[in-house]
Design a protein around this ligand. Structure first.
Ligand code: 5GP
Ligand code: ZN
Length: 113
């Protein structure tokens, strides 16, 4: 499958992992939108939030828990951060493999868009 995030998960594209467990990896975004910009990526290929089912949705808990751990490791737990999931075309999703953006390390704008 020609999926960048699957290649990163499999190690075909090398990346420094900020955090990893058996379900999730966390890496730095290649084009950071702010001082700390992490991507929390499911190891399984799930296309988007639209493709969550009763059978695979436990990953959502794993991703939020991984975000919490990665925030701690990146020093933004106390200062705070924003978690964003883009879903589909209007949502701005460009990579069709489930991931959450963790944004922080500076004061973020109040607007959502
Ligand atoms: P989306 O737009 O799908 O919500 O987010 C995709 C994110 O992946 C973008 O913020 C983009 O900068 C990031 N990205 C795209 N290709 C790569 C890559 O090869 N490595 C890393 N670390 N991030 C990537
Ligand atoms: Zn994938």
């Amino acid at each position: 499958m020609n999926c960048i995030f699957c290649k990163i998960v499999n190690g075909d594209i090398p990346s420094k992992r900020v955090y990893e467990n058996d379900k999730v990896i966390v890496i730095n975004d290649i084009h950071p939108a702010c001082k700390v910009h992490l991507l929390i990526i499911s190891k399984d290929h799930i296309e988007s939030a639209n493709h969550l089912t009763e059978d695979n949705a436990d990953i959502v808990k794993d991703m939020f828990m991984a975000a919490k751990e990665a925030a701690k490791l990146s020093g933004v737990s106390e200062s705070g951060y924003r978690l964003i999931n883009n879903c589909g075309s209007d949502g701005g999703q460009t990579i069709n493999h489930l991931h959450i953006h963790l944004l922080g390390g500076e004061k973020l704008g109040e607007r959502l868009l």
